[in-house]
Ligand binder design. Structure first.
Ligand SMILES: [Zn+2]
Length: 143
């Protein structure tokens, strides 16, 4: 996983993305999975998106599965038309999913199958969750 993150960041820099775009893209991408929560940092800014998503799927459902990433790869066909901006957004998105996998709630990676995947290191909403999430983001930015 770390190797993939490094590869994507290096590829993004090779594509000529400025560092601010890489950092900002990773940060913004890390907020996107919580679009399904109207009280989240991003959800409360786009209620016209977060309220319907919350009503349709609930929190930590579709947006916390592998499907948004697969859809993005399919839509942008990253293997042939690499787009650095999309890749840094995906790094941030994946960092959020990994961070949520470290909480006691886990994530339904194979949604709509409700089996939750994860390793419980901390409680959802706890201080340690924020520390772990910040640490993962810092690691992604450093490498
Ligand atoms: Zn989340």
């Amino acid at each position: 996983m770390t190797g993939a993150v490094i590869l994507v960041v290096v590829k993004s820099v090779e594509l000529g993305l400025p560092l601010w775009a890489v950092i900002g893209g990773i940060f913004f991408g890390s907020l996107l999975p919580d679009l399904d929560h109207p009280s989240s940092t991003i959800g409360k800014r786009v209620l016209f998106v977060s309220v319907p998503l919350a009503g349709l799927f609930g929190h930590r459902q579709f947006t916390h599965s592998i499907w948004p990433l697969i859809l993005t790869i399919w839509l942008f066909n990253l293997t042939e038309h690499a787009n650095g901006y999309v890749m840094v957004l995906m790094i941030g998105y994946m960092s959020h999913i990994i961070a949520d996998m470290l909480t006691d709630s886990g994530v339904p990676l194979l949604w709509p199958v409700q089996k939750r995947f994860g390793i419980t290191i901390c409680k959802t909403g706890g201080v340690l969750e924020h520390i772990v999430a910040f640490g993962l983001l810092a690691v992604a930015l450093i490498f």
